[in-house]
Write a protein that binds this ligand. Structure first.
Ligand SMILES: Cc1ncc(COP(=O)(O)O)c(C=O)c1O
Length: 367
């Protein structure tokens, strides 16, 4: 008896595990597990979504033309080099499919976004993890990880889940040391949250080089994770290839309408940035004052390190137990054991009320 068998290696992939959305016994939970914007979509975006529903029997524009024009205008980018996707996730997938073959290598940082190695494996490529320095991407280690078989280098900046970032000058130095036939993908999903002067989302590098890509998403500051919309700025030849291999209607009618409204809503972005700046600092300060180790984060989340559960005396203060306690208070955060950080939890910056509940719950847990 023969049965259909998938391509070799696919059964070894551990599927991505997203943040939970509910806790049994709770009608309403505080969900801070997926770095979704604290306020959901803006009022203007909601209005655009509602208006678009009545026409959603129509196929969308396969080129997301109007949306790309708006992005092109906002960031002074060449229209033909912009490609939109069903989340930036789709673009990560397409890049792996298009540029890596079985046996090729795809480099990512040790605690880089989980989908990089997953998509590498889906095409039979080998994910290569470059060690970090103090949970921060390390340029020499990334360069050392590159071999003749390397096709793609992914760097999330700031990185999820660590929250750390490489300065613009470090990205330039990284690019200078990467062979010209290797694509450097700067995934700037959290760019809008960063306020540091030495940060760049990679626009200039992507504009000036034919082996650099910048990815962006509407899932974070724009609060549109459920809509599924991302975009990238690609070298012309790469954009051309992606447009050949992507599905023809990869961005839905509703997503295009929502994105168009969202990208023009600077006021909403500004107030979300201000909120995040204030409560990121507030949350970090409170957690540190409780004696926890909290590296500086530059996204809309913090990494919180709890006493190592392998140490008998600290066993009852482990990240695992903290997570259980938070859940018992109706709060969902993200465990990071799957990222190789078993002592850490990642907490998204939510509303003021939500952050106060988190701090109260962790204070209670530690006492
Ligand atoms: C660094 C990074 N890149 C990409 C993504 C995927 O985002 P999207 O919702 O646009 O697919 C995420 C989502 O959490 C992320 O953290």
């Amino acid at each position: 008896m023969f049965s259909p068998s998938p391509l070799p290696g696919l059964k070894n992939i551990s599927p991505y595990v997203g943040g939970d959305s509910d806790i049994s016994g709770f009608d309403k939970v505080i969900k801070l597990a997926s770095n979704e914007g604290a306020f959901g979509p803006s009022q203007k975006t909601i209005k655009a979504i509602n208006n678009s529903i009545k026409d959603s029997h129509r196929y969308p524009d396969g080129d997301s033309q109007e949306l790309r024009e708006a992005i092109s205008q906002k960031y002074s980018l060449e229209l033909e080099r912009l490609v939109c996707g069903c989340g930036s996730d789709e673009l990560i997938n397409l890049l792996c499919r298009t540029y890596a073959a079985p046996g090729d290598e795809i480099v990512h940082t040790a605690h880089g976004f989980a989908m990089y190695p997953i998509y590498a494996k889906t095409v039979g490529a080998i994910p290569i993890s470059a060690p970090e320095n103090n949970i921060t991407a390390c340029v020499p280690n990334i360069v050392n990880a590159i071999t003749e078989r390397t096709k793609l280098v992914f760097i999330a900046n700031p990185n999820n889940p660590t929250g750390t970032y490489l300065q613009a000058s470090q990205l330039i130095s990284l690019h200078q040391q990467i062979p010209s036939n290797v694509l450097l993908i700067i995934d700037s999903a959290y760019a809008e949250y960063v306020q540091e002067k030495d940060y760049s989302p990679g626009i200039e590098l992507a504009k000036q080089n034919n082996n650099v890509i910048m990815l962006r998403t509407f899932s974070k500051i724009y609060g549109m994770g459920g809509i599924r919309l991302g975009w990238g700025y690609f070298p012309k030849e790469v954009a051309d290839i992606l447009n050949r291999v992507r599905s023809p209607f990869n961005v839905s009618f509703v997503a295009q309408a929502a994105g168009l409204a969202a990208i023009q809503d600077d006021e909403f972005v500004k107030s979300s940035q201000n909120h995040n700046h204030r409560f990121l600092k507030w949350t970090q300060d409170k957690l540190r004052s409780l004696g926890l180790v909290v590296p500086d984060s530059f996204g809309n989340f913090v990494l919180v390190r709890f006493p190592n559960s392998k140490n008998e005396k600290d066993n009852d203060k482990s990240a695992e137990k903290a997570d259980a306690h938070l859940k018992s208070c109706g709060i969902i955060v993200r465990r990071l054991a799957g990222y190789g950080l078993p002592d850490a939890l990642r907490v998204t910056i939510g509303t003021e009320e939500e952050m106060k509940s988190v701090i109260n719950s962790i204070t209670e847990f530690l006492n």
